[in-house]
Write a protein that binds this ligand. Structure first.
Ligand code: PNW
Length: 442
C-alpha cells in the first residue's frame, strides 16, 4: 500500500467494522431469537443452510479480536449491539447478561485505545417483533426507541459515536421487496411501509437519545452507483428510478423532510396513511453520516414489470467474489454529491468499504493482493475528496473478520483476518499487515 496515515488529515480515524449477528454467535447467554435465526433455518434462504449460531464465536473470543485491532494500529472499532441479546422479546425486560457483555466490550475497547463506534441495529430483529409485523408495523418506532435508550443508558457514556440503523435500504427494500434478507418478502406495499417506518424509528430514536443527553448521533446509509445499461433514454430513466430508491430516499428524507418525487411515483400509492405529516419526525437533526460503499450496478428498463421496472445487467469491470464491480470512482461520486447537494455541512465517516475474495489459507498465510489494491484505490478516492474540501473524518474497512455474510453464509470472505472454519482460529491476512503498516507510519 503506497498510501499511509500521513496522507490524511490529523485526527482522521482508521477502523474496522463488524456486526453482532455476523460474528458473535446467537441464541445463548439469555438472548432471544432473531428473525435471522428463523430465516436462516428455512431451506433455500441461505447458501449451504449456514446460520449465525456460532459465527466467529466473538462472544467468547472478543478480547483476542480487540487485540487484533490494537496490534494493527487501528484507532476505532465499529460494532453493533444485538437487539435480541439485549431484549430477548424485543420489548419489556432486558437481559442483564447481554448488557454486561457490551459493557465489558466497550471497556475493552477503551483499555486498548480504540474509539467505540456503536450501531444500534444491524438487522437482527427480535423474532417476537417480527411476528408482530416488524418493520411493517408503525409501532416499531416506539419499540426501537425503547431499545436504543436501554443500550445507551448502559454504554452511551463511553461510546465515541452512535448510529441508529445500518443500511435502511437493506432493512426495507432488500428485505421486503427483493426478498433476499429476512423476512424475505416480495411485496411492494410491505416495502413502502418499511421504507417509511425505518425512517420514523431512526428519527424518533435520535430525538429521544438527544433528550437523554447523548450526542454524536448519526445513521449509516449504503450507496451503490446506479448506472444505465446503455445510453438510451429508457435505461437512463431506469437507473434514475433505482438511484431515487437506493441513494436518495433516506438522506433526502432525513435532511429535507421530503422523499424524492421520483421514488414517490412508484411508492406513493402504497405508503402508510398519514406519512406526509410525519416527515418532521424523520428529519430530526443528526451529527454525522456513515457511508457504506461497495460497487456500482447497471440497470436496464424492464417495460411492463412492476415499478421500478428495472433489470440489473452485468457490467464490464473486474469483479469481487460477490460479483460486484470494482469501481472506486463511485465512492468519490457519492462523497461529492453528499457534500455539495444532499447533506452539505454534515461530517461523513466511511463506515464500510471492502471486498470479498476467494482467499484460502496456505500454510499459515493468506496472500490477498487484490484486497490490498482495493483498499488502496478506495482510500485514494477518499483522499482526493478530502483535498477537494469534503468533510470526511474516518474510514472503516468491512470487515475485521471473515464472517457470516447473510444469504451467502460463510462462503464470502471480506475479512482482514481469516477465520478458519471449525477451529475458528484467527489468521491475519497480508491485507491486515499492509494496512497496519500504512497506519503505523506517523
Ligand atoms: C452490507 N446488496 O450489506 C452490510 O452492512 C454488511 O453487514 C455486509 O456484510 C456487507 O455490506 C457486505 O455485503 C449489504 O445486495 C448486503 O446490495 C447486500 C447489499 C448491500 C449491502
Amino acid at each position: 500500500m503506497t498510501l499511509a496515515r500521513t496522507d490524511f488529515p490529523p485526527g482522521f480515524l482508521f477502523g474496522a467494522a463488524t456486526a453482532a449477528y455476523q460474528i458473535e454467535g446467537a441464541r445463548f447467554g439469555g438472548a432471544g431469537i432473531s428473525h435471522w435465526d428463523s430465516f436462516a433455518a428455512t431451506p433455500g434462504n441461505v447458501l449451504n443452510g449456514d446460520d449465525g449460531a456460532t459465527a466467529c464465536d466473538h462472544y467468547h473470543r472478543w478480547e483476542e479480536d480487540l487485540d487484533l485491532l490494537r496490534d494493527g494500529g487501528f484507532d476505532a472499532y465499529r460494532f453493533s449491539t444485538s437487539w435480541a441479546r439485549v431484549m430477548p422479546e424485543g420489548r419489556g425486560a432486558a437481559n442483564p447478561e447481554g448488557l454486561d457483555f457490551y459493557d465489558r466490550l466497550v471497556d475493552g475497547m477503551l483499555a486498548r485505545g480504540l474509539k467505540p463506534f456503536l450501531t444500534l441495529y444491524h438487522w437482527d430483529l427480535p423474532s417476537d417483533l417480527a411476528l408482530r409485523g416488524g418493520w411493517m408495523n408503525p409501532d416499531i418506532a416506539g419499540w426501537f426507541t425503547d431499545y436504543a435508550r436501554i443500550v445507551m443508558g448502559r454504554i452511551g457514556d463511553r461510546v465515541a459515536a452512535t448510529a441508529t440503523i445500518n443500511e435502511p435500504w437493506c432493512v426495507a427494500w432488500l428485505s421486503h421487496f427483493l426478498g433476499i434478507h429476512a423476512p424475505g418478502l416480495r411485496d411492494i406495499r410491505a416495502a413502502a411501509h418499511a421504507m417509511h417506518h425505518v425512517c420514523l424509528a431512526h428519527g424518533d430514536a435520535v430525538t429521544a437519545l438527544r433528550s437523554d443527553g447523548h450526542d454524536n448521533l448519526g445513521i449509516v446509509l449504503n450507496f451503490e452507483q446506479c448506472g444505465p445499461a446503455s445510453d438510451s433514454d429508457a435505461d437512463r430513466a431506469a437507473a434514475a428510478r433505482e438511484d431515487a430508491i437506493y441513494n436518495r430516499w433516506f438522506i433526502e428524507g432525513i435532511r429535507s423532510a421530503r422523499y424524492p418525487d421520483k421514488a414517490l411515483e412508484g411508492l406513493g400509492p402504497w405508503m402508510p396513511k398519514g406519512w406526509e405529516s410525519q416527515m418532521e419526525r424523520v428529519a430530526a437533526p443528526i451529527d454525522w453520516l456513515g457511508v457504506n460503499y461497495y460497487t456500482r450496478r447497471l440497470y436496464a428498463d424492464a417495460p411492463g414489470a412492476l415499478w421500478p421496472a428495472t433489470r440489473g445487467v452485468e457490467g464490464p469491470l473486474p469483479k469481487t467474489a460477490m460479483d460486484w464491480e470494482i469501481y472506486p470512482e463511485g465512492l468519490a461520486f457519492f462523497l461529492r454529491r453528499l457534500s455539495t447537494e444532499q447533506a452539505p455541512g454534515l461530517p461523513i465517516y466511511i463506515t464500510e468499504n471492502g471486498m470479498a475474495w476467494d482467499d484460502h489459507l496456505k500454510g499459515n498465510r493468506i496472500e490477498d493482493p487484490q484486497r490490498i489494491a482495493f483498499i488502496q484505490s478506495h482510500l485514494a478516492a477518499v483522499r482526493d475528496r478530502i483535498a477537494a474540501g469534503d468533510d470526511i473524518r474516518g474510514f472503516f474497512y468491512w470487515s475485521l473478520l471473515d464472517n457470516y455474510e447473510w444469504s451467502f453464509g460463510y462462503d464470502r470472505r471480506f475479512g482482514l483476518v481469516h477465520v478458519e472454519p471449525g477451529t475458528l482460529q484467527r489468521y491475519p491476512k497480508a491485507s491486515y499487515h499492509a494496512l497496519s503498516k500504512a497506519l503505523n507510519e506517523r
